[in-house]
Write a protein that binds this ligand. Structure first.
Ligand SMILES: NC(=O)c1ccc[n+]([C@@H]2O[C@H](COP(=O)([O-])OP(=O)(O)OC[C@H]3O[C@@H](n4cnc5c(N)ncnc54)[C@H](OP(=O)(O)O)[C@@H]3O)[C@@H](O)[C@H]2O)c1
Length: 241
């Protein structure tokens, strides 16, 4: 049975993704900080879907641990899904370089550091897939979240280049661009535009299986972002968005 590896496995979306892959017969490495906190979840996946789960400690900000982390995996996974993210409060981040660095490290530099190692291996093996979760916030900078958005934008560009490179070696790269996901029950969001984590997970699995390159989830965000992108800058800069 093939293994997949989930980077940032403790949040609701990552757990839903793990469930979908478990249901479809994949063994799973669940990786993240204080990963033992989801030991019970890992055990339930094992017994319910008759697969193997392994918990691996990983801090995506600790770049110098990434090579030894990857070297320690045996067997090497077939697929990698990066779910890590950090959404700083925009107003705080305008004053705090710590928040800016954290946003860049968790949304961009950390995943790049690890995925570069993964990509070099998959390129030699000529197989596998990488899924990166970016955001609609990376499609155009807005006053309300451009510190987060600019890091996601860089990640989207990285995934595009990686897809271009790895397409020559039979390794597929999927970019996932979510709009709103109701991962946090305390945040009120428009129902029609907000996806359930379980639906996003299914979208990701289906898109990865059918070798899609870029998906928006919910799908309606593809058209919303099309409109957002074509608003002329002299109008866009005056909007309160
Ligand atoms: N929710 C939305 O509306 C929405 C919209 C668009 C895109 N997204 C993206 O979807 C993904 C999941 O979103 P979410 O709302 O579930 O985010 P979240 O609750 O903030 O989850 C982020 C995950 O990243 C992990 N993480 C943070 N720093 C880490 C580090 N240094 N090392 C390892 N793991 C680390 C967290 O683990 P810890 O438990 O250790 O903190 C957590 O599991 C993120 O990439 C997010 O940017 C979300």
């Amino acid at each position: 049975m093939k293994y997949i590896l989930i980077i940032g496995a403790k949040n609701i979306l990552a757990k839903e993704i793990a469930k979908v892959y478990a249901m479809n017969g994949y063994n799973i490495y669940l990786c993240g900080r204080k990963i033992n906190e989801i030991e019970q979840f890992a055990k339930i996946l094992q017994s319910e879907y008759k697969i193997i789960t392994e918990l691996r400690e990983l801090d995506i900000e600790k770049f110098d641990t990434h090579q030894s982390f990857y070297s320690s995996l045996d067997p090497k996974p077939f697929g990698f899904i990066n779910v890590t993210g950090f959404y700083p409060d925009q107003k705080n981040a305008e004053k705090s370089q710590d928040d800016v660095s954290k946003s860049i490290n968790i949304n961009y530099s950390g995943p790049v550091s690890l995925l570069n190692i993964v990509a070099n291996d998959l390129e030699i093996r000529r197989e596998g897939f990488i899924v990166g979760i970016s955001s609609v916030s990376g499609e155009r900078g807005r006053m309300k979240n451009y510190i987060y958005g600019s890091a996601k934008s860089a990640f989207t560009t990285y995934l595009s280049g990686l897809r271009n490179r790895l397409s020559k070696s039979n390794t597929h790269v999927l970019t996932v661009i979510p709009g709103y996901i109701n991962t946090n029950k305390n945040i009120e969001r428009p129902k029609l535009l907000t996806a359930r984590p379980a639906d996003v997970a299914k979208d990701i699995f289906n898109a990865q299986k059918s070798n899609k390159n870029i998906i928006y989830t919910k799908w309606v965000w593809r058209y919303i972002m099309l409109v957002i992108r074509i608003i002329p800058e002299f109008i866009f800069k005056k909007l309160n968005i």
